[in-house]
Design a binder for this molecule. Structure first.
Ligand SMILES: C[S@@+](CC[C@H](N)C(=O)[O-])C[C@H]1O[C@@H](n2cnc3c(N)ncnc32)[C@H](O)[C@@H]1O
Length: 278
């Protein structure tokens, strides 16, 4: 039977791959690379770099296909029908790739940014392909270093505070309000720099922002939200202009209200100490 690995490859640095991921790469004959078009073909190149860093040349094959375009509904509109339709279109592309490019007993792989468990549709798409019933295969999942772990590591901070929850959410959700009862919020998929809405509310919030994490273009900015937000907006716009695309993630952290927690917080507040090595 055909076999598929879904391999988390980390946020962009070939060194993010786990030994398990490297083993899975070595057991793969065909890598399927879905490209979203010119602006993000950098991302296909980065995937190729990951393969080049870990596999001897000539020992594997890559097959590229165009990832179907996704309709972007207006802000506030229900995005689920558009996501459903896009996932269906993607399933048809993936079904064709597996049926046409992989022999009956072949092993193929999809390389997924960060961790496949976090805001990624590959697992849902593979399930949809299996449901369609035209091609049979077994698949497994190799976890990866997500951009969230990378963000925390590069800022040398934790995501959680003692016995407190952390929420990972999207820019779209953050636009509806900062969650109640959660003081540490990680935001992904935010094309609108939604953090700006909370910069002038008078609430004491710190931001830890990172773009192109794990790549040579990585940018890190952190500080009190009120004074740091305009700088991030400017840096982000310049970087996006320069490269034609951007991927950024950030942590919003409410300052603690009680004094013991405040002391602990002060020790890890943004801008303390010199940046770490690397
Ligand atoms: C479709 S999600 C994929 C997340 C991925 N599975 C992970 O574990 O990081 C894409 C979002 O992840 C974040 N992201 C992914 N790679 C990133 C990177 N290298 N630097 C900053 N943010 C990144 C951005 O928020 C982007 O909008």
């Amino acid at each position: 039977m055909r076999k598929i690995h879904v391999i988390g490859i980390g946020a962009g640095d070939p060194d993010h791959l786990t030994l398990q991921a490297v083993k899975a790469l070595r057991g793969t004959e065909v890598f399927f690379l879905l490209d979203k078009g010119e602006a993000t073909s950098d991302l296909v190149r980065l995937r190729r770099d990951v393969l080049g860093a870990h596999l001897p040349e000539g020992t594997y094959r890559t097959v590229e296909a165009l990832d179907p375009e996704r309709d972007r509904p207006a802000r506030g509109a229900d995005y689920r029908p558009a996501v459903g339709a896009w996932r269906g279109a993607r399933a048809r592309v993936v079904e064709r790739l597996i049926a046409e490019e992989l022999g009956e007993d072949g092993t193929g792989a999809f390389l997924v940014w960060g961790d496949p468990a976090l805001y990624d549709s590959t697992l849902g798409v593979l399930e949809e392909v299996l449901e369609r019933g035209a091609v049979a295969f077994a698949y497994d999942v190799v976890p990866g270093v997500s951009s969230v772990s990378c963000l925390a590591a590069r800022h040398r901070t934790g995501l959680s505070r003692v016995a407190r929850p952390v929420q990972i959410t999207t820019g779209r959700r953050l636009a509806e309000g900062l969650p109640e009862g959660v003081d540490d919020v990680v935001v992904m998929l935010d094309a609108h720099q939604t953090f700006q809405r909370y910069a002038g509310t008078g609430e004491e919030i710190d931001i830890y922002w990172g773009a192109y994490l794990g790549t040579p273009d990585e940018i890190l900015v952190s500080g009190p939200l009120a004074e740091t937000a305009p700088r991030i907006v400017e840096v982000r716009a310049q970087a996006r202009e320069r490269k034609g695309w951007i991927m950024d993630t950030y942590l919003l952290r409410r300052r603690p209200r009680d004094s013991a927690e405040r002391d602990a917080h002060e020790r890890g507040a943004p801008g303390r100490g010199a940046p770490g090595p690397g």
